[in-house]
Design a protein around this ligand. Structure first.
Ligand code: URA
Length: 203
């Protein structure tokens, strides 16, 4: 079996195991899971926070508004989406329901949700074995750096060496989450600067 097919097979098995695991955890309120996608041989993996509504409907990461922002970012760096692998820290959409309207909206993932998802991200990275992981925002940064106090404001654009307990090592390149640029326009220049740094780094 080629290395690529082997990775695809292992990812498929990982997904099956992950579905079984979360069906067991959330027996009454089963979650729709969204897995990573892209080039399994990619040298670079992008890790977001969690799927939103559109991602859950389509069961693909970064296909809603955040996906549009991500595509703009990939354009700046000169990367094709098909060439990389994209995944999330949390496998399902964290949402809340407005009791008056019954409408759902996104919320930040809870600590226990992040911890339940952590091993699945490590296992996924252990199959892809990227050289570089780009984290988007605080959630993937804290999981991948294994440091709950680290803050994107302090380390954005600064690559760091990561070695996980599972013997996976890679360079971590922390970026702000593309959605945070929409809420804080002042970050835009910093973000573009970080992207140019990443571009240089990839050369
Ligand atoms: N935000 C994320 O972090 N991931 C997605 O897949 C969509 C929005």
């Amino acid at each position: 079996m080629s290395d690529k097919l082997d990775k695809e097979q292992r990812l498929l098995e990982l997904r099956k195991a992950c579905i079984e695991f979360f069906n067991g955890i959330y027996k009454d309120k089963q979650k729709i899971l969204v897995f990573g996608e892209g080039n399994v041989d990619a040298r670079m993996v992008l890790v977001g926070e969690a799927p939103g509504e559109q991602e859950t409907i389509k069961q693909r990461p970064f296909v809603g508004q955040a996906g549009k922002n991500l595509d703009e970012f990939l354009d700046i760096v000169g990367i094709n989406r098909e060439d990389i692998y994209i995944t999330n820290t949390v496998r399902f959409r964290p949402f809340k329901v407005n009791p008056k309207t019954g409408r759902t909206s996104n919320r930040p993932p809870r600590k226990e949700e992040i911890e339940l998802c952590r091993p699945w991200l490590y296992k996924e990275l252990g199959i892809i074995m990227p050289e570089l992981v780009v984290s988007l925002g605080n959630t993937p940064l804290r999981v991948l750096a294994d440091d709950k106090n680290i803050s994107i404001g302090d380390v954005h654009g600064k690559p760091m060496d990561i070695k996980t307990g599972q013997d996976i090592s890679f360079k971590l390149f922390p970026l702000y989450h593309p959605a945070s640029i929409i809420y804080k326009r002042a970050l835009k220049d910093v973000y573009i600067e970080d992207l140019n740094r990443l571009k240089e780094y990839l050369k």
